[in-house]
Design a protein around this ligand. Structure first.
Ligand code: GRG
Length: 308
């Protein structure tokens, strides 16, 4: 099963900013940096398993967000690239663990068999652990960024993956499975933690690396909060409206697992409207930054217009 490649819908572009070209260029930079970051060495099996999922494609939205906010704050791509790679490593490890039989039990991810289907559950767990640990090492070894900023980045990343972030969201998600009476509050908790926490870390860490003010960090954080929730609402919509081939993972899983989703609470139309309102609110946060925020404005639009 292979995901089709219409990644950057022209609908996501503003007339004056070529988002497709921007995303393609940034993706290529990230791919090259990831390629260099994880060479295969002894014991080869674990590096191969880590690289299998890390280099399997994906939109690379998280590293691209981190690079974009660093540039917005006056920093360079070089300053943010190690953290950008670390964010993709953390995201990939969360996908590997999410797909395990003990969690979502999925066979396909990013258009390929899941990690445990190829390497077995034991190696898949370790590949996730290896990527998570390596992410922090990569950030700590960043050159040309003041150490106190790197320390803040490491603290933010730690919090984003912890029980106060991804892990906590995943626990409530597991507890909620099969329950018909999940409230909007619980659904929001799951997604602000499972999906939102890491997206927020991407945006905020780029700002920290660039050394932006705490007021601007708060603006970036609010932007991220809004796009994070919009991203998840669209994810829920795509799960019921798009094929497995196009998604690169098993479609219709939410319905099958009787999971509460935004469309199941609000219906499709209202879910789309809510996502649009959140994207508009995210873009409003960027108005303060003027022209420099074009990429982040266009990425916010892309989130609601994406097709996989
Ligand atoms: C972090 C220590 C630690 C453990 C993981 C399994 C788990 C705890 C959390 C689950 C996190 C998870 C899988 C959230 C879903 C996030 C999401 C919407 C993923 C899809 O992101 P895309 O569409 O995927 O950006 P690509 O493949 O394009 O990168």
């Amino acid at each position: 099963m292979v995901a089709t490649d219409d990644r950057h819908s022209p609908q996501g572009e503003s007339p004056t900013f070529d988002l497709s070209a921007y995303l393609a260029q940034r993706q290529a930079l990230v791919e090259a940096a990831l390629e260099r970051a994880v060479p295969i060495t002894y014991p080869e099996k674990i590096y191969e398993a880590m690289r299998y999922s890390l280099m399997a494609g994906g939109k690379r939205l998280r590293p691209i967000l981190c690079l974009a906010t660093c540039e917005l704050g006056g920093g360079t791509l070089e300053m943010a690239m190690p953290t950008a790679c670390a964010l993709e490593m953390i995201h990939t490890m969360s996908l590997i663990h999410d797909d395990l039989p003990a969690m979502d039990n999925d066979d396909y991810r990013r258009g390929k068999l899941t990690n445990h289907k190829v390497y077995g559950e034991d190696i898949a767990i370790l590949a996730g652990d290896g990527l998570l640990a390596y992410a922090f090492e990569v950030v700590a070894e960043t050159k040309n960024v003041p150490p106190e900023r790197l320390l803040q980045v490491i603290a933010r990343l730690g919090r984003a993956v912890s029980a106060a972030g991804l892990v906590g969201g995943q626990v409530v998600d597991l507890e909620s499975e099969g329950k018909a009476d999940i409230t909007l509050e619980t659904l929001n908790f799951i997604h602000t933690h499972k999906t939102g926490a890491l997206l927020e870390a991407c945006v905020v860490c780029g700002g920290i690396i660039a050394g932006v003010s705490s007021t601007d960090l708060q603006r970036l954080s609010r932007y991220a909060e809004n796009i994070g929730l919009a991203f998840q609402i669209i994810d829920d919509i795509l799960d019921i409206t798009v094929s497995s081939e196009k998604l690169g993972k098993t479609a219709g899983k939410d319905l099958q697992a009787k999971k509460a989703t935004y469309p199941s609470l609000w219906g499709l139309e209202q879910s789309k409207q809510k996502a649009q309102q959140l994207v508009d609110a995210a873009k409003a946060e960027m108005a303060h930054f003027g022209e420099k925020s074009r990429p982040l404005q266009a990425i916010a639009d892309y989130i609601t217009n994406r097709s996989y």
